[in-house]
Structure formats: C-alpha cells, structure tokens
Design a binder for this molecule. Structure first.
Ligand SMILES: NC(=O)C1=CN([C@@H]2O[C@H](COP(=O)(O)OP(=O)(O)OC[C@H]3O[C@@H](n4cnc5c(N)ncnc54)[C@H](OP(=O)(O)O)[C@@H]3O)[C@@H](O)[C@H]2O)C=CC1
Ligand SMILES: CCCCCCCCCCCCCCCC(=O)OCC(=O)COP(=O)(O)O
Length: 338
C-alpha cells in the first residue's frame, strides 16, 4: 500500500490544479472571465485544504505526550474520547466510578491494533464526582501520579427525566453535584498546578441543554446552564495565565445517557430514548471534541439545524421559544396520559 505524506498530497493537488489550468488554456474551453474565476476558486480550495492540514498537524503536536485527564471514561462519549486521545499519543488518566470497567478499557486500548511507540499506557483513578471529598483526594492522586495535567476533560455526567412537581430536591442536588459541583471541584483542585506553569486547558462537555431548557429535564438543564456559566467566567479569569477553556455543547449522542438517567424519586429511568438512539455517533462527537481541543476553540455547539435554531430563537424571540416549549410539554404530558 502506498503512503503519501501531507506535503506530497499538497504537491499532487497543486499538480492537478496546474494540469487543469493548462488544459483550459490549450483547448480554449473557457473565456477570459471564467479563467480568472476558476484558478481563484481552486486556489481558495487549496489554501483552505492547506490550512486544515496545518491545523491537523498542530493538533497532533499539541496532544502528543500531553497529560489528558478524562472523567466518565467508562462509557459513551468519555470512552470514545479515550480512544481518540490515546491514538494521538496522549498520556491518559481515565476516571470513573467502576475500577473494573476502567481496567477493561485500558486493556482494550493497549491491546488494540493501533500500536506505536508514541502511545502511553493510561493510568486510572476511581472516584465519585458527587462526593466532593473524594474529588479532592482524586485530584491529589492524579497530580502525584502524573505531576502536571495539561488537559482536563470534564465529561462525566448524568441526565434526568421528570416533572418539577414530582421531583425530590435530593434528586436535584444529586444531578447538580455530579454535573456541576464535581467538575467545578476537580477543576479548582487542578488549576493551581496549571497556573504555576502558566499553561493548561480545561475542556467541558455541556449540552444543547446548557443553552436552552426543555420540559421534563429541569435538574439536568439547570446543571448544564450552571456549567456553561461557570466555565465562561473561568475562561475570562484564566486568560492572564494562558489557560484555555473549551465548552462543547452537543445535541443527542448514541450513548447510555438516557438508560442511566434518574427520575424524580431517584430511581433509574432505564429506557433507551428514540432521540438518544438516533443521535450522533459517540465516535464522531469524540473526534469533534478532539479537534475543538486541538484548535483551542472557546465554545462549540455540536447540533443539527433545529436545536441550533432553537438556541438562536431563545435569544432573539424568547416568547416564541417559550410557547414552543409549552406546547412540547403539553404534547408530552398528553402522550403519557397525565
Ligand atoms: N448522550 C447524549 O445525548 C448527550 C450527552 N451529553 C453529555 O455527555 C457527557 C457524557 O455522557 P454520555 O457518554 O452520553 O453518557 P453515559 O451514561 O454513557 O456516560 C456517563 C459517564 O459519566 C460517568 N458518571 C456518571 N455519574 C458519575 C459520578 N457520580 N461520578 C463519576 N462519574 C460518573 C459514568 O461513569 P460510571 O461508569 O461510573 O457510571 C459514565 O462514564 C455527559 O456530561 C452528558 O451530559 C451532552 C449532550 C448529549
Ligand atoms: C425559526 C424556526 C425555529 C424552530 C425551532 C424549533 C424548536 C425545536 C425544539 C428543539 C429542541 C431541541 C432539544 C435538544 C436537546 C438536546 O439535544 O439535548 C442533548 C442532551 O443533553 C440530551 O440529554 P437527554 O437526557 O435529554 O437525552
């Protein structure tokens, strides 16, 4: 199988552009105007391709050998992020509540076909994000084990289904502790070491529901709105220390999020929702998280047309958005016969 380097690929592309231009000239296919437009268009495509290529190379260099901590690595998006960052040569610290699942993932990564010297065996740290004391000892353990953290990916999270009237405040608190206070505590525990070396990157997986609230998700949407707000503040405050903050807000992803969601009384929802099952693939979203991290993007909305329009509608025509959400609530209540 032949393998061409990025420079060879660019040279081949420019060669084709040249051949095309010569044929146009030889056969006088186009008039003078189109002859000016086509090279301009092709040139722009070439420049864009070159820009993308350089961006990809820069991302690779940024991730290679970087210490990357990923929470919620046992499942879904976190697990796919672990695969992408591992293949790019990151020194991973994989976090979750289930030691066995983390060990299984380490075995899966290290025994996969992608073997190369640039890859590093991941470390694992087990803790519950809803237990603030456990979070602070986990941060100590991480720093002791790897020295410094270059990139912290706050991915772990739990969702919720229920009506506000039937939801115990303990459930609101638990969702908030897992999705908001846990990541905040972990970030605060890691930040001083980043500030000391004046470099670091905090990546947060929020949700479209960090930008708009939809009915029967109160605890989840509230925790994601709080996450967006906190990390937007952090980005501004960390600028003098050259610490980057990236907030990624995806739409539905095919993971176990709805299966693992809690209901108003704290019991498991345990249903694979149609919207989740038909969502984006977790591997594709992990690639988008990887690029957003490498390109040090500040805020990324990873969603289809309707959710994206809904986010704009919430700001530009809130009354219309609220009435759409009210009819959505009415429809959902009717379909459940309540
Ligand atoms: N799936 C979707 O449609 C979307 C998901 N997201 C976000 O993506 C992130 C990842 O979720 P996703 O992969 O979809 O869902 P999964 O349920 O598949 O994964 C959730 C991960 O979070 C971990 N986790 C949950 N609770 C805790 C806790 N108390 N302490 C430590 N770890 C915990 C789980 O680990 P454990 O094995 O210990 O349970 C698991 O690894 C979440 O923040 C979610 O809000 C955003 C938009 C859409
Ligand atoms: C000018 C025309 C505007 C049309 C606007 C239409 C409004 C449509 C409403 C769209 C709502 C989108 C909700 C998306 C929710 C989402 O993607 O959430 C991601 C998650 O975090 C999923 O978690 P869950 O637990 O809810 O599965």
């Amino acid at each position: 199988m032949s393998y061409s380097t990025p420079i060879e690929k660019t040279e081949t592309f420019l060669m084709y552009v040249n051949v095309f231009r010569q044929s146009v000239r030889k056969w006088k296919i186009m008039d003078i105007t189109s002859m000016a437009i086509i090279p301009l268009l092709l040139g722009s495509v070439g420049v864009f391709g070159l820009y993308k290529l350089l961006q990809r190379l820069r991302t690779r260099a940024y991730i290679q050998d970087a210490v990357v901590v990923i929470t919620g690595a046992t499942s879904g998006l976190g697990k796919e992020c672990a695969k992408v960052f591992y293949r790019a040569g990151a020194r991973l610290v994989l976090c979750g509540r289930d030691r066995e699942k983390l060990q299984d993932l380490v075995r899966e990564l290290t025994s996969s076909g992608h073997k190369s010297e640039k890859m590093h065996k991941p470390h694992t740290v087990t803790f519950d994000l809803a237990d603030i004391e456990a979070v602070s000892s986990a941060a100590e353990e991480i720093l002791k084990c790897v020295g410094n953290v270059d990139i912290l990916i706050n991915n772990a999270g739990i969702s919720y289904r229920g009506t506000i009237l039937d939801t115990d405040v303990d459930v609101d608190k638990m969702v908030m502790e897992t999705n908001y206070f846990g990541p905040v505590a972990l970030t605060k525990a890691i930040l001083p070491s980043m500030i000391k070396k004046r470099s670091g990157h905090i990546v947060v997986i929020s949700s479209v529901q960090g930008k708009i609230s939809i009915p029967f998700r109160s605890a989840y949407a509230a925790s994601k709105h709080a996450t967006q707000a906190f990390f937007d503040c952090l980005r501004a405050e960390m600028e003098p220390y050259e610490i980057d903050v990236t907030v990624v807000s995806p739409g539905y992803i095919q993971t176990n999020l709805s299966l693992n969601a809690v209901t108003g009384d704290g019991s498991k929802y345990g249903v694979m929702d149609k919207s989740t099952a038909e969502g984006m693939s977790a591997a594709d979203v992990a690639l988008a998280v990887f690029s957003a991290t490498g390109e040090k993007k500040k805020d990324v909305l990873l969603a289809g047309l309707l959710p994206t329009l809904a986010v704009y509608l919430r700001t530009l025509a809130p009354k219309v958005f609220f009435s759409l959400m009210a009819s959505r609530a009415k429809k959902e209540r009717k379909s459940k016969g309540s």
